[in-house]
Ligand binder design. Structure first.
Ligand SMILES: Cc1cc2nc3c(=O)[nH]c(=O)nc-3n(C[C@H](O)[C@H](O)[C@H](O)COP(=O)(O)OP(=O)(O)OC[C@H]3O[C@@H](n4cnc5c(N)ncnc54)[C@H](O)[C@@H]3O)c2cc1C
Length: 510
């Protein structure tokens, strides 16, 4: 058996990869065990949002994201007659300093995450290593895995991250209850590489035609994605063929002469989540803990949020700066948000997955009336996280904090790249550090806390005025941001910084 790992991660999809990087960057010894010998080569997720972009920036992908993805400014739903039912407009400058909607190909992202993970000396990746047993051990867990030669080997870790996807072995092994909302539909997924440049208007859309509900979206630079709902009574084997895919693509004038069919596959989308995400020293994340229909493009996003939430908590616990009970807040914070996102995805699905013409006509009439009245809708903000490491009674706690462009000395760029990551106290009024008594300042420093006085003339220059606007809009003078970019708490005056840090010390049980 190898030496003890700090964290063993089962599964090297985007969630396991992100968790491995976020822990490896903090210096923890991470071993990843992935049963497949090579990465899954075909596209699945095509959309991530601004918050996930910021997390990926934090994982070292900030430079590559712009060439890996293309922003989408609109998501428009039309009926069979081409009338607009809903138009969601997305801004190129989302709250987190990245476009609100980013279209990409999952294998491209996984390749970049893998490359990044392999630069980290404390991360080891074992491919063709299927985890087949978990055994409790003193102060840790023993993983039993089979290697490429079929032989069994063992590894010991202080904590285990179960990031092993929808058919998770770890979830089954833990025997934790699953809530399944029983909302499932089959869809034929078709990925296409057009050979000629074309302007797709809208870039992302839904064709809400009861004769064949269809999703038509970007699949990332140079790619397009179609998703066709299987109709009642339709045979999956007949649907999932090259010939059917080309026939269904005809309305878009696509044929083998002007496009390459990259793949087609039928997926059944589920809406379900696990009710317990932590059992002793094993934690579930990503599709192992929750699955949702793809209509909001949030399945992978939710998993990457899990990784961001879990990484800083494991960091504090492994470093002896917080008790193991801090990890209980992982589930209490993540589950309520995931449930809301699943609920929202289902609501979208109920509108989209209509194959009855009468029902579709009633839906269209109601939606056309609404869109005429209201015009384009902004994307819904991600709901706040649930109770956990948050200042009690604070309306802003649990919501995302912004990332704007700032300058310090000769260096200008996104806040996290210029100032750093971790717990950050930000104020436009004064340097928050000046408001911390020595014991609080020492505690804050011990958890890697940073402070920033941001303003036009302040040491941290508010390059585009976004911090001035945000603080004015919220009527506050200080905010304490967590390492996963959520607000721990906010204060009306910069003098409230001491209370914020004292509250954090209590919440962490430090
Ligand atoms: C058609 C489609 C469209 C989608 N669109 C979007 C979208 O636009 N936006 C979005 O955010 N999400 C989307 N999703 C969801 C997204 O693809 C998933 O949520 C995401 O891949 C989950 O990542 P993961 O790392 O949790 O799991 P996975 O990517 O499934 O990775 C799990 C890994 O664990 C490995 N594994 C399993 N068992 C073991 C074991 N016993 N030992 C070792 N390794 C093991 C597997 O081989 C696999 O590599 C879409 C999904 C589909 C299918």
């Amino acid at each position: 058996m190898t030496d003890v790992l700090d964290v063993a991660i089962v599964g090297y999809g985007p969630v396991g990869q992100t968790l491995a990087i976020l822990l490896g960057q903090r210096g923890w010894r991470v071993g990843v065990f992935e049963k497949q010998p090579a990465a899954y080569p075909l596209p699945r997720a095509v959309h991530f949002d601004h918050e996930v972009a910021r997390i990926l920036q934090g994982a070292g992908l900030g430079e590559v994201l712009p060439r890996l993805s293309e922003p989408a400014d609109v998501y428009e739903w039309r009926n069979a007659a081409g009338e607009t039912l809903l138009r969601i407009g997305s801004s190129a400058a989302g709250l987190s300093g990245w476009p609100e909607a980013n279209m990409f190909s999952q294998p491209d992202l996984e390749r970049e995450l893998d490359a990044r993970a392999r630069t980290l000396p404390s991360v080891e990746v074992h491919r063709a290593a299927e985890v087949v047993e978990l055994e409790p051990a003193d102060d840790g867990v023993v993983l039993v895995f089979t290697g490429a030669d079929g032989r069994r080997a063992r590894a010991r870790a202080r904590y285990v991250g179960g990031c092993d996807g929808a058919n998770s072995f770890v979830r089954r092994r833990l025997g934790v209850p699953v809530t399944d909302l029983g909302f499932f539909f089959d869809w034929l997924i078709v990925d296409v590489l057009p050979k000629e440049p074309r302007v797709w208007d809208p870039i992302n859309g839904q064709v809400c035609d009861p004769a064949r509900p269809t999703t038509v979206v970007s699949g990332g630079p140079g790619r397009r994605r179609w998703e066709f709902m299987r109709l009642p009574g339709e045979d999956i084997a007949q649907l999932n063929t090259d010939a059917t895919a080309w026939r269904l693509l005809q309305p878009w004038a696509l044929h083998p002469g002007n496009a390459v069919l990259e793949r087609h596959a039928v997926y059944t989308f589920h809406a379900r989540w696990v009710d317990e995400w932590k059992m002793d020293r094993v934690l579930l994340a990503g599709d192992a803990a929750h699955q949702m229909p793809p209509f909001a493009g949030q399945g992978m996003c939710a998993g990457i949020r899990d990784a961001a939430n879990l990484a800083w908590k494991l960091d504090l616990v492994l470093g002896g700066k917080a008790a193991d009970t801090l990890l209980d807040t992982y589930a209490s914070e993540r589950i309520p948000q995931v449930r809301q996102v699943i609920g929202f995805s289902i609501e979208l699905g109920k509108v989209i997955c209509v194959s009855d013409p009468e029902q579709a006509a009633a839906r269209d009439a109601a939606m056309i009336a609404t869109v005429r009245e209201t015009g384009p809708t902004p994307p819904l903000p991600t709901p706040a996280i649930g109770p956990g490491v948050l200042r009690e009674g604070d309306a802003r706690a649990g919501h995302l904090f912004l990332q704007g462009r700032v300058g310090r000395g000769d260096h200008a760029g996104r806040f996290d790249d210029v100032i750093g990551r971790g717990f950050v106290l930000v104020s436009p009024a004064a340097d928050p550090k000046t408001r911390l008594a020595p014991d609080l300042a020492a505690f804050f420093e011990s958890i890697g806390g940073l402070t920033a006085h941001v303003g036009p003339e302040a040491p941290v220059r508010d390059v585009d005025g976004s911090y001035a606007r945000w603080f004015a809009q919220h009527g506050i003078e200080a905010a304490l941001q967590r390492p996963d970019f959520h607000i721990f708490g906010a204060a009306p005056s910069v003098d409230g910084c001491a209370d914020l840090v004292a509250g954090l010390r209590t919440a962490l049980g430090s």
